[in-house]
Design a protein around this ligand. Structure first.
Ligand code: RAM
Length: 364
């Protein structure tokens, strides 16, 4: 698969091994929720070139997508959005990845393979904040631009993070939706994805912070369960939560796989309409459960737009139009123009809240 000769591959492998220890120490200690440094002053590999916003978009670049999980419908939508954007710019799109959302070793090995193949940019949704650092920084040393989308790694291990929405808004609004649905009172639980997932853990951090406010004094968060973005595990975890906490009033599931499985369980149980469920889901997955009264309201961004924005950003980086420093701007086709913010992060926009009144208008 590699474009390199065998000796070159061996040399590259030796470099990977020799730098692994140093990079582990140097690059993986940072916080994932809010880092005070950005790519411009981080300990990760830096671009010596400065941004040239009027540089022509290079053609024939290869942009590789590495989602958290290839067989997750959410990533099928996001990466198809990426494919369209990348191909419209005259570039080559490819997607690789693991079928489990908890296979961090698999993600690392895909990064190493993409580095050997000398792709121009990798757009990756990280299963774990630190596990990919060494491999991603090795890729960057070899000239590969690294964009995280959906779920970040540490800020020192990538050039840009394309965030679906403000993490703080997502965390707080999910608590607000839940509080409204249970009348501000009772036990609630969270059904998350993988225990290491950067995005879910960041949102849960803000949920816990929101719950400290006096208006939620009658709500108790009793448990955070992990369904690993696996339908069956998420279904069983939902069942387990209701057995363990018979007075549970609501579940927040900030994962499309989790919320769908929880809705499926509740919908076929005596808890339907009694135990509330909100979180992050796709309208197509959740429509039946909104229509049959299992779910009142939940939210999400458009995954296709997230994937597209990651593609535009990857091409802008690989073309030298941006370097990932805060304040730089780039154009993302129909999505418009975006400015790089703090921590080398670009935010797609505000999520949509779906309920029975508007869910019919959405098809993804
Ligand atoms: C799942 C994944 C993904 C997350 C969505 C909301 O598909 O965990 O990372 O952003 O849910």
């Amino acid at each position: 698969m590699s474009l390199r000769t065998a000796p070159a591959r061996r040399a590259a492998a030796a470099v990977v091994a020799a730098t692994a220890l140093a990079l582990t120490v140097a690059a993986c200690g940072g916080t994932t929720k809010k880092s005070t440094d950005n790519a411009a002053n981080s300990s990760g590999p830096k671009s010596s070139a400065s941004a040239n916003p009027s540089a022509a978009t290079k053609k024939g670049l290869t942009i590789a997508y590495l989602p958290k999980q290839v067989n997750n419908p959410y990533f099928t939508i996001s990466d198809n959005g990426g494919k369209k954007a990348v191909e419209a710019l005259g570039e080559k799109y490819k997607e690789v990845g693991t079928s489990s959302g908890t296979d961090t070793a698999g993600q690392v090995s895909y990064v190493n393979t993409l580095t050997q193949q000398q792709v121009n940019a990798i757009a990756v949704s990280a299963q774990d904040p630190g596990a990919l650092c060494t491999a991603l920084n090795q890729a960057r040393k070899n000239g590969v631009k690294v964009v995280t989308y959906d779920s970040d790694t540490n800020a020192t291990c990538r050039d840009l993070f394309i965030s679906q929405a403000s993490a703080e808004d997502l965390g707080r609004t999910e608590v607000q939706l839940m509080a409204k649905q249970i009348g501000g009172k009772g036990q609630i639980a969270i059904l998350s994805a993988a225990q290491t997932a950067t995005n879910q853990n960041t949102w849960i951090g803000f949920m816990k912070d929101e719950l400290k406010k006096p208006e939620y004094k009658d709500i108790q968060l009793v448990k955070v369960a992990y369904g690993n973005d696996d339908a069956q595990t998420s279904f069983q975890q939902t069942q387990g939560l209701l057995q363990q906490y018979p007075n549970l009033k609501g579940i927040i599931s900030p994962t499309t796989v989790g919320i769908k499985a929880a809705a499926q369980y509740l919908s076929g149980s005596k808890y339907k309409g009694k135990v509330q469920l909100t979180g992050l889901g796709t309208p197509n997955d959740m429509r039946a459960y909104v229509n049959n009264g299992t779910v009142q309201a939940f939210e999400l961004w458009d995954p296709a737009k997230l994937g597209a924005l990651a593609g535009y950003a990857a091409v802008a980086l690989a073309s030298g139009q941006i370097t990932g420093a805060s304040g730089e701007t780039f154009t993302a086709g129909d999505l418009g123009s975006f400015t790089v913010g703090q921590d080398s992060t670009v935010v797609l926009g505000k999520p949509t809240v779906f309920d029975k009144n508007n869910i019919g208008q959405f098809n993804f």
